[in-house]
Every structure is written in structure tokens, then in C-alpha cells.
Ligand binder design. Sequence first.
Ligand SMILES: Nc1ncnc2c1ncn2[C@@H]1O[C@H](COP(=O)(O)OP(=O)(O)OP(=O)(O)O)[C@@H](O)[C@H]1O
Length: 663
Amino acid sequence: MLAVRLFGRMPVGTTNIKLTSCLRLLAGITSGGSVLAVAWKHCHVHASAPPKKYSTKIPSIMHQVARKKVSSDKFDWKIFWHYLRPQIWIIACATAAALVVAYLNVAIPLELGNLINVVSSLLTSSTSSIDFKQMLSKPTFQLMKLYIYQSIATFEYITLLSIAGERMAASIRRDLFQNILKLDMEFFDRTKTGEIMDRLTSDVQEYKSSFKLLISQGMRASTQIIGSAISLYYISPTLAALAGFVIPSIIAGGTLFGSLLRQLSRQAQAQLSVSTGIAYEAISNIRTTRAFGAETKEYELFQKEIDKARDLNIRLGFGIGIFQGLNNLVMNGIVLSTIALGGQYVSQQRLSAGDLMAFLVATQTIQRSLTQISLLIGQAIRGMSAGARIHEYQKLTSCIPLQEGTRIPYHSMLGQVQFSNVSFAYPTRKQQMILENFNFTIPCSKTVALVGPSGSGKSTLCSLLVRFYDPLNGQITIDGQDIRKFNATWLRSNVIGMINQEPTLFSTTIMENIRFGKPNATDAEVIEAAKSAMAHDFIQLFPDGYQTVVGERGVTVSGGQRQRIAIARALLKNPSILILDEATSALDAESEKQVQSAINNVAKGRTTIIIAHRLSTIRNADIIGVMLHGKLVEMGTHAELITKKNGVYAELMRIQQSGIDIL
Ligand SMILES: Nc1ncnc2c1ncn2[C@@H]1O[C@H](COP(=O)(O)OP(=O)(O)OP(=O)(O)O)[C@@H](O)[C@H]1O
């Protein structure tokens, strides 16, 4: 209204008044609707997105190459439908609301045109101020109604889409995580952790965003294009034909330029990820960095990469600057040309001022919608590729099912283990046989130590016993029953307890870490297990006792303490078979002594397999098995084996006695 009054004071003719008022109104409308606004937003999103992974020094570039290889043709519509179906009504309502918004976006300019027509006709006629208000009130009220409907429908479709999208994303993440947890060890041997995390996080995010954008912006933009094109045609077929030629050409140019900028943005992002990867490695391995005095080297490495990222980002900013400048020029040029041409039509009474106004707004709507669609095509491809990557993991199945097979009352198990003619090669290295026709019997309730040079297959035996892998041939039995008959989860959580050389603790309290072995254990049971593992005394000395939080991967407790917590954790389930895989090899003499007494304590009365690197660990073993190249070459008690002066065991002892710890 203020703008119209201002025009009214200007000493120009009617036509001029109409044109200038249109221009003024448009100044507000065009400022937010440029091609660049969308392109810039897109670039910006890329440039500021958090780095995806850090697992290697050049992870992101390599990773992006790998990611591109997964094409959208593996997108599984059945899986998509599975997640879409529960949300279908919400999505239908959201779609309807988005279409209403699109319709209103087309209708509003026309109504705005009517209002301008009324205003301009009032300005040229001698109407009283009461009539003036009355004549204006109808189109104003009508327009207000449309604005209100538009905002309600906008709120509705955004909220509904967000509900549907988030529900779908949460279900996908939940199912994906569940499926990943069930997969065979082979999958984890083959796949980088960073890649798995990417599927769970950024791929689901991309998938969800694309889906939401396609429904909201895609539907809206296409409807707006059709609706606005019809409006243009009705307002002026000649001007419409001209716009139909000019606008798509400009959008095509803008899209090309935009894609160059996006490419640059991706490079800058990849470069930033490289530098972040360096920082991540240095910080996550700060002890190694510090121990080697490598701070300066890491800093220089980081600086070099960050400088490259800076240069790329400056180039990107330069490109965006040119783009924005050109874009403003072109867009304003279009407005100006339309007004110039339209103005002539208005002066020839072939077009009203309101129609010209409506025409300009509809043109802007088409521009914006076409730009959105050109970006959405890229987004759809990215979304489908992300979907294909997710579906790929969702369709993976495991050869060793977690929950099939029998469960028997585990306290009735004696724990006699037998390997009969077992042959095995790791799935990722099929050509290298680790075990061939391997035979070994471990009597129940005895402590058996496995020794042998590094790589002889000791840990592999344990991995087979807990069914991380199944043998290629032969069988492994517990109390005479093939372990493949048993429910794998039951076997691992009840029958066999395993403690690794470097056991992982979770960053929670000691109480919860021990309880991990038996989730329903009482506090008293946890404390009992800790006492048996000789962990109770040191835990009690901590100010927070069992409530002490051990930090990420248990870094706030010593190696020996970590081992004893892990032993308590394994012990809590009271397993019939206990496996200690080099449980003391990483410890100093004092810690080793403490852990060793804990082991001796817990080994009593159950089958215990100790993979040993130190003689002190195995002296008390009932049987010592000596492994060489995947074969059991000697077996007996310590006393028996040392009598074989030329045996492998004797050789290993000589190495040990010469000061090298590892047998
Ligand atoms: N996940 C795996 N995928 C492929 N090969 C593997 C895998 N784990 C181990 N190997 C290979 O299997 C062989 C036996 O390894 P294993 O860990 O059983 O030996 P080990 O006797 O326990 O050695 P160490 O005493 O050094 O721990 C080695 O050649 C090793 O490289």
C-alpha cells in the first residue's frame, strides 16, 4: 500500500504508475528467488558437511571413488516399499498438502494481479476513501486467505514428511544395524568399519533427505511449472512463448555452471576430509604421536593438507561470486525485458498492469521450480545410490545363523572339546590353508596350553571353537556334539568364555562392563566374579568403585586391570570352557603375576584353553600342545616336552630363554 501511495505522488502518466508499481512490488519478490540461491545452498551444504570417515590417511577421496561404483540400478523397490508402506497415509496427506501449496503458489500471483488491477484502477479514478477501502478489501481478504491456507499447508506437509521420513530412517537404521550385527566375521574381515558406519549414518541420511525432497520439492516444483505455464499462456500467449524459450536456456546454463561449482565443492570437501583424517589419526593415537615426538610432523602434515583445502575453498568462493553476480544480472535483465515488453503491451491496452505483475511472478515461480528440479535430479540419483548401498547390506545373510540350533542346559556340559580332521582357510584368503586335517582333543576340566610361533594357527583354533568361522572340512565337537548343531548365540554367551590379548571395554562403568557377560546378573554376582578374577580389590580402591567409568576402550585403567575386568566379565557367565588368547602377553611382570593368579583361580574345574606366549603362563597347564604351520607337532606336559631336546618346544624355550618373550 505504501508503495502504491509513493507511486501516486510521482509526476508520471497512468501507464508509468502501473509499471513502476509492478516493478517495486517485484523488487521484493525477485530478491529471494534466484537460481543461485538454490545452487549456492547446495554448494554450501557440500562444503560444510562433516567429513565422512577417518580410517586411513587418504580415506575420503578413495572412499568417494568406491561409493560412486555402487549404482542406483541395484535399488530394491521391494525393500523401499517395505519401509514406505507403514507410512503411506502420512505420506499421502503430506503429498496432498504439498500439492495444495503448489496450487496456491500458482493462484497467489493471479490474485496479486487482481489486487494490482484494483489498486491501479482506483488510483486513476476519483473514488472516495470509503469506496477505495471497500473495493480493496475483497481482493486483499481473498489474498490473505490464500496466504493463510498456504502457510497451513506448508506446515502440514513439512511436519508430516518429517514424521514419515524420520520413522522410515529410524526403521532402516534399526534393521540395518540388526542385520550387520548378525553378519559373519568374513564380512567384517572384508569391510572397513568406516564404510559400515557410513551406511548407517550418512547413507541413510542421504536416502531420507532425497526421499523427502522428491516428495516435497519435486511434486511442488512440477505442479508449479505446469500451473504457472498455464497462467502465463492465459495472460499472454506471446510473452509466454518468449519466456518458454529464454527461461529453460538460462536454467540450462545455470545448471552447468552450478555443477562445475558442485564439483569444486566436492573436491574441497574431500580435501578437508583428508586433513581431518590426519588430525583424527594423530589425536586418536596421541600416545604414539607423543611417544615418537611426532607432534611437529603431524602438524606440518595437517597444515599442508589444510592449506590445499583453503585454496580450493577460496576458488569455490570466487566461482560462487561470479555465479551470483552473473545470476543477478541475468535475472534482473529478464525482469527488465519483461517489463519493457510487457509495458508496451500495457500501453497498447493488450495487457493490464495486474496481468503484467502476475506474469512476472509466474515467470519467477517457473525459474525457481526448474532450478529445483535440475538439482533434484542429482539428488534423486544420489538418494537412489545411497538406497542401493543400504539395500546391499540389508540383503546380506550370514552362513552362521545366530539363533538357529539347539540349546541344552549348559551346566550339564562337561566341556570336552575335540577337533577331528579340521581343515580351514579364511574366507578372505581361501588359497592359504591354515589348518589341514587337524586333530586335537581337549579333555574336560583340564587346562590346555597352545604354544607355537606367530602365525601357526593358535588363535584360529579358538575362532573356530566359538564359531566365528566354520571349518571347510571335519568337525569340532563339545561333549561329542558337533558345535554346528548348537545355537551360536547360546554357545557364545553360555558355554564358552573368551578373553583376548587386548580385551575391549566399553566406555561405561566397571559394573556395566562386567555385567556385559550376563546382562541379568545382580550386583552381588558381578562382585563375586570380580573377586574370582582378582579385580575386586583394585576396583574398590577407585574413588567411584564399581561405578568408575573406564573411558573409551578402557583407557583409564591399566592393561592388567583391564585384563582382570575382562576375565570377570567372561567368568560371570560361568562358562564350561574358558579361552584365554594371549591374555598376559602384553603385560609387565607384576601385572602378569596378578592376572596369572586370576587365571589359575578361574581355570579350576573348567576346561581352559590358554594360548601362551610366555613359559610362565603354561607351566601349570595339564597339557601343552605345540603348533607349527597349522599342525599339532608335539603334545604332553611341560615335564614331558622338555625332555625332547630337539623338539619344537625345546627350540621355543631356547628362544624364550635368550630373552625374547614370544614363544
Ligand atoms: N581374519 C583373517 N583373515 C585372513 N587371514 C587371517 C586372519 N586371521 C589370521 N589370519 C592368518 O592365519 C594365520 C594364522 O593366524 P593366527 O592368528 O591363528 O596365528 P597365531 O598362532 O595365533 O599367531 P600369533 O601368535 O601371532 O597371534 C596367519 O597366517 C594369519 O595371517
